[in-house]
Ligand binder design. Structure first.
Ligand code: GLN
Length: 545
């Protein structure tokens, strides 16, 4: 079976298209289908790797080292399908490939055009995902942007052609729109009508509408929308605001029979749905007791999406530890000048929120705010507060240890100070001659050997683990001796012993940093082990302050 669902969005961006597409994927999986997800991004960047987190949110990394849009993170959290470079298609990649073929003379003298050459390249990439694994039943293709955008036209045209070529039982269009509420509480359907018109102008008649609305739409409104858009009334669904968690959305759709309607349109016999995993996750959500306050000390704090997978992994860990995780965000550059760090993090002066139960320093690039992070790490270390350092957060532990335990005032990473006499973090050897920025870091999954008796070993319960990387700098091996002799524990290495992957603080309840990104593999139904143990430690500590 090879079916295609094209998910597009209208009216405006940020309606939760990724979550809607992922939730539909989760429901089809619950009905026993093998689902693969593809994201089409209309931007001209070849991948998201060179984009600022402020512009585009977090860069999600796959096992094979693709630096992708954060929506792939949603797919990974909601669905089981394998995600690789092939699951992220950008205008930049498509044009790069077509231009390369043109230079190779593969178009035999023809004029190279958006239709058919660009659209054919898009189609062939989508088809390649559907053929990669013979067991694939459905490919859900999310088209980034909003209908009406110039940039997304080739992707919508490719979708139109595929729906036409496959026939409507093998390929359908699911369109997500907004039903805004105006003063007086009235819900307005006009933007949705216009949005569907824009789809029809592109030659696509949506088969299913998912309306983002503050509340569940009543029957009369759904019938009205159906009448104006040529969509069956029973194919108009509401993605209403939930006050629980986005992970309830699969159940919200299930309650409205979205999956049944989609399968009927695709000509797939209805199968038994097993949604127990989602239901029990929501039971765990409701059963959480108490709260831990986790300070996130990073540099891209204004935009929640910039550390999306980290925040989600903390939430998953809270589900597993039976506790609510309150995120307390600190812009590290503000901490830099702060003199009263103890009262800020210890919550003694401004007791509004109380003391932090744990501190997490996430990944990041560039000098800004580094000293604020070092201050926070030093505070967590000396105040015996659980600490998790992710990538840059581990490098920060090394800078703190160098400066404050070994007494090397200028200890630093060569990323921030090339002239430091104590470069405790330095450029990876194979990065020395790298000139291009795109796709050239140490990227993707690789193996790590953990040492028995350490916290990281306790978390994974395994001697060999595999996690994803995205960095250029590393623990400088020349300092291994002094660091370990002064008490810092090197708890994991690459299997050949050449690179340090994890350090732990001695005489501390739980202080650990890893050079990789465990957050990328965390799921609401199975939290990343290090996040789980970090929150468990924060929960244990919160009882003792
Ligand atoms: N900037 C650091 C490096 O390149 C850390 C990267 C990260 O946190 N992802 O090594």
């Amino acid at each position: 079976m090879n079916k295609f669902i094209f998910v597009s969005g209208g009216v405006c961006s940020s309606l939760g298209k990724g979550v809607a597409a992922s939730s539909l994927g989760a429901l089809l999986e619950a009905r026993g289908l093998n689902v693969r997800m593809v994201k089409c991004d209309p931007y001209i960047n070849v991948d998201a790797g060179t984009m600022s987190p402020y512009q585009h949110g977090e860069v999600y990394v796959t096992d094979d080292g693709a630096e992708t849009d954060l929506d792939l993170g949603n797919y990974a959290r909601f669905t089981r399908g394998h995600l690789t470079k092939a699951n992220s298609v950008t205008t930049g990649q498509v044009y790069e490939a077509v231009i390369r073929k043109e230079r190779e003379g593969r178009f035999l003298g023809r004029c190279v055009q958006v239709i058919p050459h660009i659209t054919d390249e898009i189609k062939s990439r989508i088809l390649a995902v559907s053929r990669e694994d013979p067991d694939t039943d459905v490919v859900i293709v999310e088209i980034g942007g909003t209908v009406g955008d110039i940039e997304s036209i080739p992707f919508l045209e490719a979708a139109r052609q595929m729906i036409h070529e496959c026939g409507r039982t093998d390929a359908i269009s699911v369109h997500l729109t907004l039903i805004p509420e105006v003063a007086g509480g009235e819900l307005k359907t006009k933007p949705t009508q216009h949005s569907v018109k824009a789809m029809q102008e592109m030659g696509i008649q949506p088969d299913v509408l998912i309306c983002r609305a503050p509340v569940m739409l009543d029957d009369a409104t759904r019938r009205k929308i159906a009448l104006f858009t040529n969509v069956d009334p029973d194919a108009v669904f509401t993605s209403y605001n939930v006050d629980t968690t986005i992970y309830e959305i699969p159940l919200v759709f299930f309650g409205q029979k979205l999956d049944q309607v989609v399968l009927k349109k695709l000509g797939v016999e209805s199968r038994h749905a097993d949604i127990r995993a989602w239901q029990s996750m929501m039971e765990r959500f409701a059963a959480r007791k108490g709260k831990v306050r986790i300070g996130i000390v990073g540099k891209y704090m204004e935009l929640h999406d910039a550390y999306k997978s980290v925040y989600e992994a903390l939430f998953h860990a809270g589900l597993e530890c039976g506790v609510e995780v309150e995120l307390v965000k600190f812009d590290s550059s503000r901490l830099e000048e702060a003199e009263n760090i103890d009262s800020i993090l210890g919550g003694r002066a401004d007791s509004a929120g109380g003391r932090l139960d744990g501190i997490l320093v996430p990944g990041g690039f560039g000098q800004r705010g580094i000293n604020g992070m070092v201050k926070a790490a030093a505070w967590a270390r000396t105040n015996k507060t659980p600490y998790l350092g992710v990538c840059l957060g581990m490098q920060i532990m090394l800078i703190d240890w160098g400066r404050n335990v070994l007494g090397w005032e200028d200890a630093d990473s060569t990323e921030f100070n090339e002239d430091s006499k104590h470069p405790v973090v330095s450029l990876l050897e194979d990065q020395v001659n790298v000139r291009d920025y795109g796709g050239t870091m140490r990227l993707g999954a690789s193996k790590t050997a953990t040492e028995e008796g350490t916290r990281i070993f306790a978390a994974y319960g395994e001697k060999t683990i595999s996690e994803r990387h995205r960095h250029r700098y590393e623990f400088s091996n020349q300092y291994r001796k002094e660091m370990t002799e002064s008490g810092l524990k090197i708890a994991a290495l690459t299997p050949d012993g050449s690179l340090v992957e994890c350090v732990e603080w001695p005489d501390h309840p739980w202080g650990l940093g890893v050079q990789f990104h465990p957050e990328f593999k965390s799921k609401p139904t199975a939290a990343a082990p290090l996040f789980r143990d970090f929150i468990a430690a924060a929960k244990a500590a919160s009882g003792n302050w």
